[in-house]
Design a protein around this ligand. Sequence first.
Ligand code: ARG
Length: 479
Amino acid sequence: MSNRMWGGRFATGPDAIMEEINASIGFDQRLYGQDIAGSIAHATMLAEVGILTHEDRDAIVAGLETVRAEIEAGTFTFSRALEDIHMNVESRLKELIGEAAGRLHTARSRNDQVATDFRLYVRDTIDTLVAQIRALQLALVRRAEAEVETILPGFTHLQNAQPVTFGHHLLAYVEMLGRDHGRFEDARRRLNENPLGSAALAGTPYPIDRELTTVALGFDRPTANSLDAVSDRDFVLETLSAASLCAMHLSRFAEELVIWSSAQFGFIKLSDRFTTGSSIMPQKRNPDAAELIRAKVGRIMGALTSLTMVMKGLPLAYSKDMQEDKEVAFDAFDSLSLSLAAMTGMVEDLRTNPERMRTSAAAGFSTATDVADWLVREADIPFRDAHHITGQLVALCEQKGIGLEGLTIEDFKFIDHRIDSRIHKVLSVEASVAARRSYGGTAPQNVAAQAARWKKHLTGEDAEPVRVGRPGGHGDGAE
Ligand code: ARG
């Protein structure tokens, strides 16, 4: 049997293999909410400009609401023979309301329909992801506030470098997530144009009013070029790009959680809620959630690469290749959403071991730079010379098997007579972090101020409303 939606000129139906490769209903059914919202806006507009009678419009809108209810109740039967969500919905509409259903597709094509649905979906997804990013930022800021004085070793090359405060380290991720948020908002602004009314590729001879559907669907304006509107998937790529960077940030943080929670570091303990045991080694607590977040960036960035390859070299306008845009994007957005949720839970739950962190921060002569800075500041020694003198002090410590704090004033004088007992004040890790008061530096007072700034931004008057939900799950697609 040929397809009842487009099979007019076909004598027989498609081969089974053809049906399998062609159908997208297995994955695009999650666009049902956006598809129905788009159809209601389209039918309403058609009636407004006199292309559709008000009776037909009312029947169509009521029928579409029934379809939505059936899908949400799980009683809707999706058919692969009907290819995709658009034709599944329209076909059921025909069963429900009869002939009027056939008038819905006037002045429209599946090409502008799917472009509209997917823009609405990506827009909803951005709103969800942004809300999740903000929730994670807030969790980090709350921890940072409590940890402004906690000393953590700061690394470069994963070698002990200088002490930092744990709050400062956490706020570094708040900054990264702030940029991620900005990238998602940028993508949202650019994507928020209405493709509906571009029809198959060239526009339509019907006297449609694209402003009406634009307003109804919460878009800022109609797209200005019909060829571009049905061919463009930049909005997915741009959002996947923002998602990739965000996932990369989460991956770096996840890696730190894995390292910090190891027995060798022992800086943090992840809660039972986000770890697993081993079936053979009873002592183990594995940071699986962190490891999986560390890995998710692979498939998320993979989706960006995959869709870029799909789009590369495609002539205008729509080609079926573009149906390959959805699965990878859905998977990527779901993965990022899950990662953000798991990371937020881990941040809220993790316990710190401040003694371990402090001991580790003090190891490896981590305040050597403070000694050199003292020589510059108090003895007017050029920094390069001060660096050399400090190197000699470190060598002496190594010889004696002690830290810088263990050196006596005689030891200091032995290396350089210009040093006096005031040097002892700069040798502790607490003094080291407290001294780093330059804007953006790790001093507890700076960290407290930055945490307060972020908290005000995330919870205060200057914060945008938090929208929550599952990616694309807003259903009706409208604001
Ligand atoms: N399922 C299709 C997709 O996802 C919808 C558009 C089909 N358009 C067409 N001309 N066959 O891309």
